[in-house]
Design a protein around this ligand. Structure first.
Ligand code: BGC
Length: 371
């Protein structure tokens, strides 16, 4: 079959026509891939900065943001039938720690997990893959145009859930009226930042999203259309406003220097959730640690890292996709600025072609009533 393969830690990617499809085993499902989103993690893998081939394999099939249709079910499979639209989760647990043994491999404590298309397990930029039903999330056909966003959305759902758990301590005591509109700052208007802005807006937050661009971009237009505020911080964070403090800050830019600065934008009892994965190298930064952490302690603030997502967050994402599509029909799908055929992988993966928010590689053209 055709597949995009990489050879980490080597840089580069290639399209091969001779990759053997996985055998369909008992209890498993064969899925034909329709399309795969491309994200920063894919770029890092192609740049040779991240990723690991499966044990014994000279290469890794790339791709973790996925959408496909069931082609065949193995003996013993219930609940799936050919034609079903599905998204597969990414992480496979270590099987040892209590989190992995209870379907929460996103909190794996041994680090011995694998991630399909990223580390130690083949991904989805291939004509087909085989997977167990427990890792497949069925998607209603109405969500076909946006369902390839479900995997990054699952990451956002987890991050917001983690932040919300901390913020629950700010809930009014029973009987006390809820008066304040919660506020959120989202840093970065790539796919994660945009999805976070959509979800937080439907949850009733007043959202401010920052990037380093003016009002002419697609991101700024989409944010305006959902009532979120966009601020260009190319000239500094001061543009956010002099006394701006937020209940929830969702960081989605992967800049360690920015991460430190964001602490100053936390309100009392607020929480900063970090989702971007900064470069481990780079210049060491000098930070006024005493002042920053003094404020964190005196303000009861929390800094939380959040990575990956288990199945429950994919299911939460499906619910939010439905709500978002009902509220702003077609708007979320505009985040996908480009759908390109698999043959154009080299230009897409090297960022020469594609959109500023999300680019998708089409594996099976015209499959399942493509948008
Ligand atoms: C993926 C996550 C993964 C993380 C770290 C992200 O791009 O969406 O599923 O856990 O990278 O590898």
């Amino acid at each position: 079959m055709r597949a995009i393969v990489v050879r980490p830690p080597g840089a580069g990617a290639e399209l091969r026509n001779d990759v053997p499809p996985a055998p369909l085993t008992e209890g498993a499902v064969r899925v034909e891939v329709l399309e795969c989103g491309v994200c920063g993690t894919d770029h890092d893998i192609v740049d040779g900065k991240y990723g690991r081939a499966p044990a014994g394999s000279p290469y890794l099939i790339l791709g973790h943001e996925n959408l496909g249709t069931v082609r065949e079910v193995g003996p013993g499979v219930v609940g799936f039938a050919p034609g079903d639209l599905v998204v597969a989760t990414v992480r496979r647990g270590c099987g040892r720690c209590r989190f992995c043994r209870s379907n929460r491999s996103d909190f794996c404590e041994t680090g011995m997990f694998t991630e399909r298309g990223i580390g130690g397990a083949h991904g989805y930029m291939a004509e087909e893959y085989v997977e167990l039903p427990e890792y497949l999330v069925k998607v209603p056909p109405t969500l076909r145009p946006v369902a390839v966003l479900l995997e990054p959305l699952s990451v956002v759902e987890k991050a917001i859930f983690q932040g919300q758990r901390v913020l629950d301590r700010k809930e009014p005591t029973p009987g006390e009226p809820k008066t304040e509109v919660p506020t959120a700052l989202v840093t970065g208007t790539g796919a994660i930042g945009m999805l976070a802005s959509f979800v937080l807006t439907v949850r009733g937050y007043r959202v401010t999203a920052i990037d380093r661009h003016g009002e002419e971009t697609l991101a700024a237009g989409l944010l305006g259309g959902i009532g979120a505020r966009h601020v260009n911080v190319a000239g500094g964070l001061a543009a956010i406003g002099p006394h701006s403090r937020f209940d929830l800050v969702i960081e989605a830019s992967g800049s360690a220097v920015l991460d430190f600065s964001l602490i100053e934008y936390l309100g009392p009892n607020g929480v900063l959730v970090l989702t971007g994965i900064p470069d481990a190298g780079g210049e060491p930064s000098r930070v006024p640690g005493g002042q920053l952490f003094r404020d964190v302690v005196l303000g009861n603030q929390a800094l939380v890292g959040s990575v990956n997502a288990n199945r429950t967050y994919f299911e939460a994402g499906l619910r939010d996709l439905t709500v978002i599509e009902e509220r702003w029909p077609g708007r979320l799908g505009r985040m996908i600025e480009a759908r390109r055929p698999l043959e154009e992988f080299a230009a897409v993966l090297s960022r020469r072609v594609g959109g500023t928010i999300k680019t998708v590689l089409t594996v099976r053209p015209g499959g399942a009533a493509a948008p």
